[in-house]
Design a protein around this ligand. Structure first.
Ligand code: JFZ
Length: 474
């Protein structure tokens, strides 16, 4: 009896604190309004692209993390704040933005050879400097020695190379007098209203001036001021999509009316894809990410987005590490956006050229395992990652870890058989297969290249339908 009373009291206590009601849905007015995942052509293209290039370029590329002889190890695009540089001094950098080595056609060629299908460029980062001639500010490319619209040249060059162009835009703006971290009084409120107008004007300007743009990548949206303006970001997303149908927008743009970001207060993703994987990847066994679109953005050094002169201050990822990340993202339904920070003179540093070249060489052989691919719905094995092309039904195993036994385990789902395994670059020749049980096999190649990740294509047949493996079977 005592125990029953004890439990009753416990239940009552939880009920009144609301803990037992965590599953209750809140009414969210400014949350997601599209059905997700989006299945229109523009979104399908975004998803099939899988591999993109991020470009962080602005005035911060000129000092490159070094100020008055001192090297600042924190992210170079934050130098104004790390080195406590005054607005005046920073803004004067625009006079030195002559970018005499800027050659967008060459940039596009480097990107194309690396194998990316899309690019996302910072039109305005936190410093507030605009890479396009904006009607709404003087702090832009027009007022530099370069004068010309570098963004137009960029969009043209990348578009001609068949690479989809997306714009990054930071709402947070250190240059704009009306930007506020929080809204604490009427003065802040009035100022932030002007900032909202500026933001909207510039974004409308961008999607109108550059109708080729495929997507917007918002940043600097974590401040209280923005979080208090859920309705505004909700309406802005709609407005921009009306002007530019098909536009793909990241989850970082929005906050709902309760200030929840990326996911609304009911846990529903906002925007079209999740953009929270920043310099990190999901756990390889995370199944939740398979249900939605997402993108991981990655730096080559530890944490440098803008150009930093000294890359010896942190670990610099090798092309092999980056290829592994790209394959992992694909295997878990995500895109991989690899960052480049061009130099203040417009050149691409040699380390980045080298990375691009090596990834490109790998992609030339193996990109069939990336483009248009996604999760395979098979149990992950230690040798690496499976990817799968829904259209062809092909399954790819990309090997990063060679087993000492020389045997590569494959575990199928019930009702499937492994018909054939072959190297991606020699599909006529079948590799030896040993069946271990009704679901498990070993693929046993005679010889492997242990210097590079390699791809084996599997033909998996579903016994009942006679069709090749489909992801939906899982
Ligand atoms: C932001 C920027 O501050 C940075 O300069 C760069 O542009 C990057 C792509 O985005 O940095 C972030 C944003 C979000 C997180 C971390 C750094 N985050 O969610 O952990």
């Amino acid at each position: 009896m005592k125990r029953t009373i004890f439990y009753l009291v416990l239940i009552l206590a939880f009920a009144t604190t609301g803990i037992v009601q965590t599953s209750a849905q809140k009414e969210v007015k400014y949350g997601q309004y599209n059905g997700l995942p989006r299945q229109d052509q523009a979104m399908k293209k975004w998803r099939e692209n899988r591999f993109g290039q991020f470009i962080h370029w602005g005035l911060y590329a000129i000092p490159g993390g070094v100020w008055e002889g001192k090297t600042y190890s924190y992210a170079a695009e934050f130098l104004k704040s790390s080195a406590k540089i005054s607005d005046e001094t920073w803004d004067a950098l625009a006079n030195d933005f002559s970018i005499e080595k800027y050659d967008p056609k060459e940039w596009a060629k480097i990107a194309k050879n690396m194998g990316v299908k899309y690019v996302t460029i910072t039109t305005k980062h936190h410093e507030g400097f605009c890479l396009w001639p904006s009607e709404y500010t003087e702090f832009d490319i027009e007022n530099t020695p370069y004068k010309k619209d570098l963004l137009r040249e960029f969009v043209d060059a990348y578009t001609a190379a068949g690479i989809d162009v997306n714009f990054y835009y930071s709402v947070l703006d250190w240059h704009h007098p009306d930007w506020r971290y929080d809204i604490e009084n009427t003065e802040d409120e009035v100022a932030f209203e002007r900032l909202k107008e500026y933001t909207q004007n510039q974004l409308v300007e961008l999607v109108t001036r550059y109708p080729e743009v495929k997507g917007l990548w918002f940043d600097g949206t974590w401040d209280k001021s923005w979080k208090k303006n859920g309705l505004f970001s909700y309406e802005l997303e709609k407005m921009l999509k009306d002007i530019s149908p098909g536009l793909v927008v990241n989850s970082r743009m929005r906050a709902d009316e309760y200030g929840a970001r990326h996911f609304d207060s009911n846990g529903i993703l906002m925007g079209d894809y999740e953009s929270g994987y920043e310099r990190r990847l999901p756990d390889p066994n995370n199944k939740e990410v398979l249900t939605r679109d997402w993108e991981c953005c990655m730096t080559i050094p530890e944490n440098q987005w803008g150009y930093h002169k000294d890359w010896t201050i942190s670990h610099v990822k090798s092309p092999l590490e980056l290829i592994e990340m790209l394959v992992q993202c694909t295997s878990q339904n995500g895109n991989f956006l690899l960052n480049f920070g061009p130099m203040g003179n417009g050149d691409i540093r040699k380390e980045e050229r080298e990375v691009a070249k090596e990834i490109g060489a790998w992609m030339k052989q193996n990109s069939e395992a990336i483009y248009g691919c996604g999760p395979a719905g098979l149990v992950k094995q230690d040798w690496g990652f499976y990817t799968h092309n829904d259209k062809t039904g092909k399954v790819f195993m990309t090997v990063f870890n060679n087993p000492v036994s020389g045997k590569y385990r494959v575990r199928l789902n019930k009702g499937q058989t492994l018909q054939k395994a072959s190297f991606i670059n020699n599909q006529k020749e079948a590799l030896k297969i040993e069946q271990i049980s009704s679901t498990d096999y070993f693929v046993v190649p005679e010889k492997v290249n242990s210097q590079q990740p390699f791809v084996i294509i599997l033909e998996i047949l579903n016994k009942e339908s006679g069709k090749f493996h489909q992801k939906a079977l899982t």
